[in-house]
Ligand binder design. Structure first.
Ligand code: SF4
Length: 72
């Protein structure tokens, strides 16, 4: 017997806080957006990782909306 495969049609229009400029793609199992994303929780509760994300966001904002990242 073949079981039906259900397609997850979840959507969100929120932005991923870990990937500046990118929309949340619900890449983490069970996440319905950044607010309950386990990866966001892990990264943002770690001082070093959070600092890295904030640095990445700052570089993205300095680059403007061109999408061209500023390299170190
Ligand atoms: S599920 Fe989490 S890691 Fe994935 S895009 Fe959304 S916020 Fe980012």
């Amino acid at each position: 017997m073949v079981e039906a495969i259900t397609v997850n049609a979840r959507e969100t229009d929120e932005m991923c806080p870990l990937r500046p400029g990118d929309q949340c793609r619900l890449c983490q199992l069970g996440a319905t957006g950044p607010r309950d994303c386990p990866l966001v929780y892990l990264v943002m509760t770690d001082d070093e990782l959070r600092a890295g994300v904030l640095e990445s966001v700052a570089r993205y904002e300095l680059a403007g909306t061109s999408g061209t990242p500023i390299s170190r």
